[in-house]
Design a protein around this ligand. Sequence first.
Ligand SMILES: [Ca+2]
Ligand SMILES: [Ca+2]
Length: 469
Amino acid sequence: MKKVFLPLLSFIVLLSSGICQAQEARKLRVLVLTDIENEPDDAQSMVRFLTYSNQWDVEGLIATTSVHQRNRVAPERIQRIVQAYGKVRNNLLLHEKGYPETDYLLSRIKPAIPKYGMDAVGPGNDSEGSEHIIAVVDRKDDRPVWIPVWGGANCLGQALWKVRQTRTPEEVEQFVSKIRVYTISDQDDAGPWIRKTFPTLFYIISPGFHARGGYHYSTWRGISGDGFTRGFDGADSNLVNNRWLDENIRKNHGPLGAEHPHTDFIMEGDTPSFLGLITNGLSDPEHPNYGSWGGRYELYTPRTRKWFLEPETRPIWTDTEDEVVGIDGAWHNSNKATIWRWRQAYQHDFAARIDWTVKPYKEANHPPMAVLKHANQLRVKSGEKVVLSADGSTDPDGNSLSYEWIYYREPGTFESNRPLEIQDNRQKSAFLTAPKVTQPETLHVILAVTDNGKPALTRYQRVIVTVFP
Ligand SMILES: [Ca+2]
Ligand SMILES: [Ca+2]
């Protein structure tokens, strides 16, 4: 019998996406440090965080100080919000599985020492919080521990200080290698000390301060910045103001939504530290430069560091820009845009989850499943037609789906003066022609699948196309 060869339509090599899927199946370990009560926004972020708590192994919720709240920690406020979660957990479970037991979450709430910054790092400063961080990182588990820092970093500083005092350099390095930090700027003097003392620690920070001739606005402000300064003009403030939050989160949405307080300054300034940890097909937490709902960050070395950074002597993940069209129809090149470009999707997603806390399954919306008919990684040659297909995407509510193929220029290595066009970019199937290159280059294409439920929800797939000459 003759061997039958399937015709090769192109040089596209379909790489197995099995590794990616296996990683997705393993929950991320997350441990939050929060200066909750310094202003309302930490409590706001805690409400949102808990609606996603089924996606992660929540390892700790630690109450800390910060420059805004120097002599107080407020674990009781975290407890109150978790108690509200306890009242709606059964309803959340009607919509997705895996929401942790209320008692389990309560047992993970720990206080740090109510002292400011480096005053709480050193002999005699161990706390329930710092000891808990050590225990969590030490646990026999090869997954890293993600630590979003919503206030000061001194509780993490004390944990690292103690480990350094009591272990060999190799053991310290092993400990540090398991930690992934994202701090919302530096909110005490422990952050700079940690970065200097542990130069290999994975660290994302978006600084914000007055500098030569102006103010550098942190990336995290993109979560809800509303046009009071440059860089937000393209963002839709109607999705983050108190009116929207009252209507979609706080009022008539049960006890957890009711714990989302009125905004004093900006909505949820700390939320970008964990938005990138949400499994939605867009984010890849180990690659902050890929971009996610939590923004996009580049790894800078001392040689390439930017003017707004302190003189860092180590590599650090920090601010970079995306160029996007805003709701005003104009192009914006902004670090804040790396977050606000996704604003409708992350706000709608939050609103749907708050619906889940009170509504039966049939009355709420659930996100679609964005599916690729091919692998997430494609290898092609210059000039080749690259076919992209979302065939197989579905929605659990039977909603109809719309498709968008977004060329995400910034994370790729390919540079060109002309924009790369994706043909049929609003269709289920689209294609592009691989550009001319002189060396292997990467292109990132994002598939966004949006349903027509209320609120409309979006999920993603990322296609990384490597183009060979
Ligand atoms: Ca905070
Ligand atoms: Ca749906």
